[in-house]
Design a protein around this ligand. Structure first.
Ligand code: ADP
Ligand code: MG
Length: 297
């Protein structure tokens, strides 16, 4: 069973004039059907305004479909009486860590979620410790969040969601406001959660380097899913991505350009290591060809 499933999901923001009368609608999500398996690492990319955040907000019932249906762990998000179950099952992390941290002390902040759920105190402390350890922030447990770096704050936000024991965590551009080292910290923590804790991860990002580890990628355009597949399948289509106004990882682009110059390299190279390996193989083949040519002469 899918942990998150949408069927023909449509969402329209209502536009009003100065008097408050409805004068139109913006279709932000346009007929999206997808199913996300428990334990998967999913990436969602797309240029600004393509509907990523609107889609994400359906995954923990912040928004309700205009048409179509969304299920989280089998629960229809329209069932109001289950809204807290749904939010506990699918936690959400947003862009700005400063808007998500409310505690004066790191461990207190992480404990807020389970406390609100009525979890017994002893169990709260256990969860706080586990969650902070899972994101590598345990040693900062008695620090003030104000003094942490952006990457550290974002990891505390993630720990706060983890303390609710979600089956799925939706991160809406969690690294957009971070410097490169902060970005790396957060992505490392998120991958670890997925691999070690088996938490389903839905990562929305516009940094293509963060996508290459995903099991499956969705590319959004004008509220629709324009492309989907493994990172390699997606990044094999450089021109299509560029048409959708998306970047590709630098090394993928370099390999693509080398191919266009006639070098026989596979499409969809994702890492420097893969490129080096492919180039070394080319060199090996060329050397062999040179050798056999000289044998015949
Ligand atoms: P993304 O996260 O990919 O940038 P969004 O889901 O934020 O895309 O936005 C999709 C579309 O919906 C855009 O055209 C945007 O202008 C519009 N939109 C987003 N939020 C609102 C809102 N609160 N009211 C009206 N329109 C909105
Ligand atoms: Mg957004």
């Amino acid at each position: 069973m899918s942990i998150v499933k949408t069927e023909n999901l449509i969402y329209e923001y209502v536009r009003r004039d100065e008097e408050g009368n409805v004068d139109g609608a913006i279709r932000a999500v346009d007929d999206v059907s997808l199913g996300i398996r428990q334990g998967d690492f999913i990436a969602i990319v797309g240029h600004n305004g393509s509907g990523k955040s609107t889609l994400a907000k359906h995954m923990n019932a912040i928004l309700q479909p205009t048409q179509g249906t969304v299920w989280v762990d089998g629960m229809d998000t329209r069932q109001e009486e289950r809204i807290w179950d749904i939010r506990q099952r699918a936690g959400m992390v947003f862009q700005n860590p400063d808007n998500q941290i409310i505690g004066q002390v790191v461990e207190e902040d992480v404990g807020f979620g389970p406390e609100n759920l009525g979890v017994p105190t002893e169990e709260i402390w256990k969860r706080v410790e586990e969650s902070l350890r899972a994101v590598g922030m345990y040693q900062f447990r008695s620090h003030s969040p104000n003094r942490l770096s952006g990457g550290q704050k974002q990891r505390v936000s993630i720990a706060g969601v983890l303390a609710m024991r979600p089956r799925c965590i939706v991160l809406d551009e969690p690294t957009a406001m971070l410097d490169p080292s902060g970005r790396e910290e957060v992505i490392h923590a998120v991958r670890e959660l997925n691999q070690a804790e088996k938490v389903t991860v839905i990562l929305i990002t516009h940094y293509m380097e963060e996508v290459i580890h995903a099991d499956h990628v969705y590319v959004m355009d004008k509220g629709q899913i324009a492309m989907e597949g493994t990172p390699r399948e997606i990044f094999s289509q450089v021109e299509k991505l560029q048409k959708l106004r998306l970047d590709v990882p630098q090394v993928t682009l370099l390999a693509h350009e080398l191919r266009q110059r006639g070098l026989e390299l596979p499409e969809g190279i994702l890492t420097t290591r893969e490129l080096v390996q492919a180039l070394a193989e080319r060199k090996y083949i060329n050397d062999r060809q040179d050798l056999s040519k000289s044998d015949h002469s």
